[in-house]
Design a protein around this ligand. Structure first.
Ligand code: ZN
Length: 274
């Protein structure tokens, strides 16, 4: 089986130091958390950035400073920038011209559809926007991280592929336990619904992290773990760092017979290096 890519989502937009003192706020803390995850086997870091008081930062310069610090701490690591709150936004990418003083990311999150967070919260991503953004990333040679919350989002990407919007392989990022249940049956359904030109990473939110990680390893997919999705090593045991969460995935992989991919091996699997 292909080597396993471990993505560490080291800091989300929710959760505070009251929930877990290890949630990184400062750029130094972010770099330390990234390094702990990297040293434990993560080849990809997905991150959001906070202000020093813990509030979510949308400052592009601060994000770029975080990227620089993480790259210095984790030589060769792949960074996935989020669609909101990164060093670049859709407008910057759309208007990007050769020679602009903007460092383009290797991977960028492309939400593939609309998701209900629960209650009155929804994350609206209309198909026209998904396709327009896919076209922008393709033009710039940035690999999309196809953030998907249910099976219909796979179908949307297949539809976009039919009009030439994606390079192959395409890489899905299944987030389970939000709009679609996080269980082995549903992850098997998703992975068996993928076209031959796609790979996937999966994460289960909260207590669903570990059976989704084990299932993704067995199904030949890849695993995302980290404070953005889950903070517990097991029931009642809070992880002291993202490194501990990544280490548990690496241990599962070893037990189940999957080797861990280095960043450059991950680049080949993800199509960043052809
Ligand atoms: Zn995120």
């Amino acid at each position: 089986m292909e080597k396993l890519i471990i993505t560490a989502a080291i800091c989300g937009m929710g959760g505070t130091k009251e929930d877990n003192p290890a949630i990184p706020y400062t750029i130094e803390e972010l770099a330390l958390e990234a390094k702990a995850a990297f040293d434990a086997g993560a080849s990809v870091i997905h991150m959001h950035v906070r202000n020093d008081d813990g509030s979510v930062s949308f400052d592009k310069a601060r994000y770029q400073a975080a990227v620089d610090a993480v790259e210095a701490a984790c030589p060769g690591v792949i960074i996935i920038q989020p669609a909101d709150g990164g060093a670049v936004d859709w407008e910057t990418l759309e208007n990007y011209k050769e020679g602009d003083p903007v460092k383009l990311p290797e991977m960028f999150t492309l939400p593939t559809g609309t998701c209900n967070w629960g209650g009155d919260g929804a994350y609206i991503n209309e198909e026209c926007d998904v396709f327009k953004r896919a076209g922008i990333l393709k033009r710039l040679g940035i690999v999309p991280d196809l953030e998907s919350f249910d099976k219909g989002m796979i179908d949307t990407i297949i539809k976009g592929n039919n009009i030439g919007l994606f390079e192959h392989p395409a890489h899905f990022d299944f987030i389970l336990g939000v709009q679609m249940a996080a269980n082995v049956r549903d992850l098997t359904f998703l992975s068996s619904s993928l076209p031959h030109w796609a790979t996937f990473t999966a994460t289960g939110i909260g207590p669903d992290a570990w059976h989704i990680a084990a299932s993704a390893i067995l199904l030949g997919g890849h695993v995302r773990v980290g404070f953005e999705d889950s903070m517990f090593l097991e029931k009642g045991v809070m992880a002291k760092s993202n490194g501990e969460l990544v280490e548990k995935v690496a241990t599962l992989a070893k037990l189940l017979g999957r080797e861990i991919a280095t960043p450059d091996e991950a680049r080949k699997i993800l199509g960043i290096i052809k």
